[in-house]
Design a protein around this ligand. Sequence first.
Ligand SMILES: Nc1ncnc2c1ncn2[C@@H]1O[C@H](COP(=O)(O)OP(=O)(O)OP(=O)(O)O)[C@@H](O)[C@H]1O
Ligand SMILES: [Mg+2]
Length: 257
Amino acid sequence: MTDTPKIELTGVRKAFGPKVVLDGIDLQVARGESVVVIGGSGTGKSVMLKCILGLMRPERGSIRIDGEETVGVGAKQRDRLMGKFGMLFQGGALFDSLKVWENVAFGLIQGRNMPREQARAIAIEKLAAVGMAESVGELWPAELSGGMQKRVSLARAIAANPEIIFFDEPTTGLDPIMADVINDLIVKCTKELGATALSITHDMASARKIADRIAMLYKGRLIWVGPARDIDHSGNEFVDQFIHGRAEGPITMELRA
Ligand SMILES: Nc1ncnc2c1ncn2[C@@H]1O[C@H](COP(=O)(O)OP(=O)(O)OP(=O)(O)O)[C@@H](O)[C@H]1O
Ligand SMILES: [Mg+2]
């Protein structure tokens, strides 16, 4: 018997007017697996994530979570699905007007109607999991460095013990050491939860560290999918150019004046 994939995309297509962004995406992520999607700016990584989250609707194809079709489902079923997800947004996206602990506890209080004191206790526990003291919970996001904000965002993403966590550019804008701290925390937290992780990044150091498998998105398709350890000998010239950051190669940048 084969296990049902946690996440399964089949033939997913998404266009904006004449512009086809996703042109038949097939991807399976197994339970407990960590898959990282790499690809250049504007290749559709965020659009792909938004389709899975249900924030955008693909005009063709299927997206299954635990074997259950999610494209075109109603609000009630969508809410239930969202309960399985945790999300670390590009840029952190903390609420400035809420204290750190309130940010971490937001989904518990607003989404699950948990009493504040109980939610606060969980928030403090999750902050500890990302190496932050209880006193940090009383600070405002503006009082934190970028690296600390990422940690708080990670604590928020795991607050409700999600089955699936999405990471959108988790290390962008961090120095290499803080980026590595975040990578380690991502690995630790997803393992502890037994969660399935789908991340998007153009940071190869991050991809190597957090991925079991890596998939490369280019011109609307996943042109290579394989174990992270194979990335240096993929035999794919597009992948080679991307991971070495070479200007010369088959990938051409569309530059507009
Ligand atoms: N709501 C929208 N309406 C029209 N076009 C869109 C919309 N959202 C995204 N696009 C287009 O889809 C393409 C892919 O965008 P997307 O944000 O997924 O890129 P990305 O791979 O995440 O890039 P980056 O690495 O810079 O974050 C871009 O050309 C973008 O202009
Ligand atoms: Mg993006």
